[in-house]
Design a protein around this ligand. Structure first.
Ligand code: PGA
Length: 248
């Protein structure tokens, strides 16, 4: 893993946005895998700024988001689809036909996951996957468990993950759905390039387990050690528990 440690979250967010803009300048028709959550907010803010400066063009890009709550339609305020509208899609010149999402309102979750896998394959696979990491070590909604699932699937969210998403539901963790749809481990690991962002001291433990720990289904992010092109972008607080040699 290639690890970069930034002084703070703002520098990290700007750097990840510049990196993605660089990818898009080299290949306009890039297929992007995109995350939600608190960590990527600065990244999206910087991407929108770079787009306003005329330095990045999304008209040829295709996007696939990592996950969505089960039972929430794309118009529901707590949905990740609406998060993406609020923070990114409505500000950039992406062709709406190229925005792909797992549909949380589907009556057939398994069929919806299979459709999503087909859509990713038909797009030619994901070129650049941007990831956050849950403090429990999850990526997408692949939660710590005795076993992991390769492809997009229905997941049962752990209590800490529901609590972490309470802000989308007026601070009320009880309103966070119990289930979600998520890309699987192979869906993520088949991306050609992976960029993972983590900020804050509450991520220091899972970052250390991901980078330096054994491969274990108890830390789903540890499987990123198997991928040949992973870039881990951290602020100082999230890098706190890593061995000295990766610091600068
Ligand atoms: P966070 O979520 O950015 O809100 O901490 C990260 C994740 O769960 O992937």
């Amino acid at each position: 893993m290639d690890i970069t440690v930034f002084p703070g979250a703002n520098q990290l967010a700007a750097a990840v946005a510049e990196r993605l803009a660089g990818h898009l300048c080299r290949a306009r028709s890039l297929v992007l895998g995109l995350p939600t959550g608190r960590t990527p907010l600065g990244f999206y803010r910087n991407l929108v700024r770079i787009a306003r400066e005329g330095r990045v063009d999304f008209s040829g890009a295709t996007t696939f988001n990592l996950d969505e709550f089960l039972g929430l339609g794309p118009e529901e305020p707590g949905s990740y689809r609406q998060y993406m509208e609020r923070h990114f899609f409505r500000f950039v010149n992406i062709d709406r036909r190229n925005i792909h999402f797992l549909d949380g309102s589907t009556p057939d979750p398994e069929g919806e996951c299979a459709r999503y896998e087909r859509a990713i394959a038909e797009a030619g696979g994901i070129d650049v996957q941007i990831l956050g990491i849950g403090s429990n070590g999850h990526i997408g909604f692949n939660e710590p468990a005795d076993h992991l699932t390769a492809r997009s699937h229905v997941v049962r969210l752990r209590p800490e993950t529901r609590r972490a998403n309470a802000a989308l539901f007026a601070g009320d963790a009880d309103r966070v759905p119990h289930q979600a749809l998520s890309m699987g481990m192979a869906t993520i690991l088949h991306a050609r390039t992976i960029v993972l962002m983590a900020t804050g001291s509450e991520k220091a433990g899972c970052v250390s387990a991901m980078v330096e720990g054994p491969l274990t289904t108890r830390t789903p992010a540890s499987f990123l050690q198997l991928h040949p092109d992973v870039h881990v972008m951290l602020d100082q607080a999230a890098a706190r528990k890593l061995a000295d040699q990766v610091r600068f």
